[in-house]
Design a protein around this ligand. Structure first.
Ligand code: IDP
Ligand code: MG
Length: 155
């Protein structure tokens, strides 16, 4: 059974600088996933190290840590059925030249080091990553009132 999950998605500094934020958000919205938290921020060295702890020691680690701090990111939490996997399908493979055509990374990126977007890869990493970037009170998961209000007003 697919279950309702939450995932951490970020438009990385290259995506923000290139004006891709709206296009990227649109893809998740159109899929039907629910945006429940979002902020623009500059990633601190501490956050960068916490986020990418699993990659310590890899040849690309230093570059990765610098990349995520090179400019502001747009950090988001999305909720939906099987959203962790579904979001990664929308993003495409880590290597943009191996990503399926139509995915974010295939459409907008050329090299693995600068691949525009981040998405959690498991329930555990989603929970861990969300807690690096968001306080519990910043998650806005209850906003279905408007459709009721509009139904009353518009019939
Ligand atoms: P993911 O972002 O698709 O989950 P990870 O393996 O978690 O991929 O790697 C994190 C990020 O590190 C990638 O998005 C990419 O920017 C960078 N990266 C991963 N592997 C390499 C590599 O072999 N060379 C250069 N950069 C890499
Ligand atoms: Mg990853």
């Amino acid at each position: 059974m697919k279950q309702v999950e939450r995932t951490f998605i970020a438009v990385k500094p290259d995506g923000v600088e290139r004006g891709l934020v709206g296009n990227i958000i649109r893809r998740f919205e159109h899929k039907g996933f629910k945006l429940i938290a979002m902020k623009m921020l500059n990633v601190t060295p501490e956050m960068a190290k916490a986020h990418y702890a699993e990659h310590v020691g890899k040849p690309f680690y230093e570059r990765l840590i610098n990349y995520i701090q090179a400019g502001p990111i747009v950090a988001m939490v999305w909720e939906g059925l099987d959203v962790i996997k579904g979001a990664r399908v929308i993003m495409g493979s880590t290597n943009p030249n191996e990503a399926q055509v139509g995915t974010i990374r295939a459409d907008f990126a050329q090299v693995m080091e600068y691949n525009v977007v981040h998405g959690s890869d498991s329930l555990e990493s989603a929970e861990r990553e969300i807690s690096i970037y968001f306080k519990p009170e910043e998650i806005c998961d209850k906003y279905e009132n408007m459709s009721e209000i509009l139904k009353e007003r518009l019939g």
